[in-house]
Design a protein. Structure first.
Length: 187
């Protein structure tokens, strides 16, 4: 329930007597009012307090920042069966997987999933069924990225070698040192 004092406060401000402009009580007025205090043309002091409270302070600078962080998750079990048959076929010994140089950058939006490998690399599974191996810096372990990673989106939308840092969900940050594409070759 609303307090009666809140309801009657505006009325009280209307009927408050004006502050004295000179004499002993002049020290109660703000300095600007002491200078211009001839008095009759001024608004009631109660309204000055309300106007001062309602006024918006002027801002000297406004800064707008936008930050987009992309999360790449681990592969699902069904995806592992489908993609692992493409990457490392065990039933067909006539196919072998060969690493090829992959350039310096990959589009982040094309990365579908990630999985750490035993040789301390991250396997990046692309949405178009290509597979890349990303070698991390020496001080990083691929097993820290078992639940995926975060990467901050750049203006070009690419994940580049020696530029972007991958952050695991437990807080480890690592740069990608080298990218290789894994290609299945026939003998």
């Amino acid at each position: 329930m609303t307090s009666p004092a809140v309801l009657f406060a505006p009325l009280m401000l209307l009927f408050t007597p004006p502050l004295p402009t000179g004499g002993q009580d002049a020290h109660l007025l703000p300095r600007a009012e002491q200078r211009d205090a001839p008095g009759a043309d001024r608004a009631a002091p109660g309204w000055l307090a309300i106007e001062a409270a309602r006024s918006v302070p002027a801002q000297a600078q406004v800064r707008i920042e936008q930050r987009v962080i992309i999360r790449i998750g681990p592969r699902s079990d069904s995806g592992r069966q489908n993609m692992s048959s493409f990457v490392a076929p065990r039933a067909a010994p006539s196919r072998r997987v060969v690493e090829r140089e992959a350039g310096e950058c990959l589009p982040v939006a094309a990365i579908g999933a990630v999985q750490p490998s035993r040789d301390n690399r991250l396997m990046l599974y692309m949405r178009d069924r290509r597979v890349y191996a990303a070698r991390l810096e020496r001080s990083c372990f691929a097993r820290d990225f078992y639940s995926g990673f975060y990467v901050e989106r750049n203006s070009d939308g690419m994940l580049c070698v020696d530029r972007d840092k991958l952050q695991s969900r437990n807080g480890v940050k690592c740069e990608v040192q080298k990218l290789h594409r894994l290609v299945a070759e026939r003998d």
